[in-house]
Write a protein that binds this ligand. Structure first.
Ligand SMILES: [Zn+2]
Length: 508
């Protein structure tokens, strides 16, 4: 597998990764010429393609190939009532702690986590107040007393329309709710029967108190979420579950998290089912395998069971898939059992019946969301970058060892030197490949410099046209990871190209 057993990648800090991303054009801070806007980023040419490739590969695996999961594309702004019903208006809050003297502001949850090394997610105002008092926590800057502010809602609010007709609305803080509010329309317009899923890929917005760690916590981000609806009495009916139940996953259990030095343990997939439900275990496994198959090493990937006290207001059980970043193990994907919470809430507030007719039992039921795979696109993007990154001492340049399927550019095409005859052939090969794959053409600088440029963008294969090509109608293809080269006929490039990207053929 690409990306395993390399040294040094965890030496790269998040700041160095942000600098590298800017230098190579992957990611820029938003509005940088106006000194930026914290928590917002723009994706440059290679970054935009990498992000698109990640989304497409995940969607393909989780949604497109499954006949019982349908996609939608909902609006970014929705009315107040949606978010009141979902619980976000009342519960989707963070707490701010302010120093009485120097006015230093901190996100309470983070401050408590850093100060006491405990998990502070989901604490109420009173609990935070109590922890700060009991532990006599003080301002890290001036040691004065701290004041806990009223909870701050994380949603960006806006108003739609003007004058007296204006109505309060929010930018969505998650894609999930568009799925629930479209449930009735989907059931009435599509031929669906339980169990089935509705998926959505798109932007979400959260007014985080302290965006940090580059792309890890931003105020605008993208998600792919699936709500998987099942009959409430058949939460564990998964056809074919026995085929995957003994596959191994690294799991950090609740019990382990209570210990001094918690460690993940290898467990079969059915262990997740026994702690959550079978559909949840099934989708956790599908996602876990997807990360492994796209280049994340097993040592850097684990599943973490949520503690009871950190469960979101709607969740019965939740598992995160975590990646080992240089700044610690962090969530790149979640999977919650949301039960009937959302459909019941929206049915109550909208006074619409959000039910489906179940042929087997001949009754109408409110479906149960047994599993909600929730994929953070930017977080996955960051994990793939860290996993791929290596400073190669021998080459004296950085190499991004992306899985060829995710790599922004699949091929680089070069004439050995600027010679008209070589350029002509190289351009023909470039035009031909570029019809199907993002391909880079480069004729400037030494051949070594051009390889280095492609290494830094993660281009897996480089094709060089040399003077022998004029005689033998062949070119050299060089592998990014091994630097091995093979000689192939120009007429065969098309045939070989796809096999190389799919990993069906290797250059050795
Ligand atoms: Zn202070």
């Amino acid at each position: 597998m690409v990306g395993n057993n390399r040294k040094g990648k965890n030496d790269v800090t998040i700041e160095e990764m942000a600098a590298f991303c800017k230098k190579k054009g992957f990611v820029f801070p938003t509005a940088e010429i106006y000194s930026g806007l914290a928590g917002f980023f723009d994706f440059g040419p290679p970054g935009m393609i990498l992000k698109k490739n990640i989304k497409e590969a995940f969607w393909e695996h989780m949604v497109r190939k499954r006949s019982n999961i349908l996609g939608i594309d909902g609006s970014l702004i929705s009315p107040f009532k949606v978010w009141k019903a979902s619980g976000h208006v009342d519960n989707f809050v963070d707490h701010l702690i302010v120093c009485e003297k120097c006015k230093l502001q901190m996100k309470a949850e983070e401050f408590i986590e850093d100060a006491l090394n405990i998990d502070a997610d989901g604490l109420t105002d009173d609990e935070i107040e109590k922890i700060v008092k009991e532990n006599d926590l003080r301002c890290p800057k001036c040691n004065s007393e701290l004041h806990i502010e009223k909870p701050l809602n994380l949603m960006f609010s806006t108003s739609v329309g003007s004058g007296k007709d204006a109505v309060k609305a929010y930018l969505r803080p998650e894609t999930a709710q568009s799925i629930f509010i479209n449930f009735k329309n989907i059931v009435e317009s599509q031929r669906v029967k339980l169990p089935f899923g509705i998926a959505q890929q798109g932007k979400a917005f959260r007014n985080e108190i302290s965006p940090r760690n580059f792309l890890f916590r931003t105020r605008e981000f993208e998600q792919i979420e699936i709500e998987f609806f099942v009959h409430p009495e058949k939460v564990d009916d998964v056809a074919g579950f026995n085929e995957i139940e003994d596959q191994e996953i690294n799991l950090l259990t609740r019990e382990e998290q209570a210990k001094e030095n918690p460690k993940e343990i290898k467990v079969p997939v059915k262990e997740i089912a026994s702690r959550g439900n079978k559909w949840q275990a099934y989708f956790v496994y599908l996602s876990y395998v997807w990360f492994l198959n796209h280049g994340i090493s097993r040592d850097h990937l684990r599943v973490r069971e949520h503690l009871k006290e950190e469960l979101a207001h709607y969740a019965k059980s939740c598992f995160d898939i975590e990646y080992k970043f240089p700044f610690g193990w962090k969530e790149i994907m979640g999977n919650a059992d949301r039960g009937q919470y959302d459909l019941k809430q929206h049915a109550k507030e909208s006074k619409e019946k959000l039910e489906i007719y179940d042929e087997e039992s001949k009754t109408k039921v409110i479906p149960y969301v047994a599993s909600e795979p929730s994929f953070g696109v930017e977080r996955a993007f960051l994990a793939f970058l860290f996993e791929a990154f290596e400073y190669d001492e021998e080459r004296e340049n950085n190499v991004l060892h992306f899985n060829p399927k995710l790599a922004p550019y699949k091929f680089g095409v070069f004439p050995l030197i600027k010679d008209e005859k070589l350029i002509k052939i190289a351009k023909e090969i470039f035009n031909n490949l570029n019809e199907r794959y993002n391909t880079e053409y480069d004729e400037s600088g030494t051949i070594g410099r051009r390889y280095a440029r492609q290494d830094e963008l993660g281009t897996p294969f480089c094709i060089t046209v040399d003077f022998d090509s004029l005689k033998d109608e062949s070119v050299t293809i060089r592998d990014r990871d091994t630097k091995n080269q093979i000689r192939v006929k120009i007429s065969e490039i098309n045939e070989i190209a796809n096999d190389l990207i799919e990993g069906k053929r290797r250059i050795s």
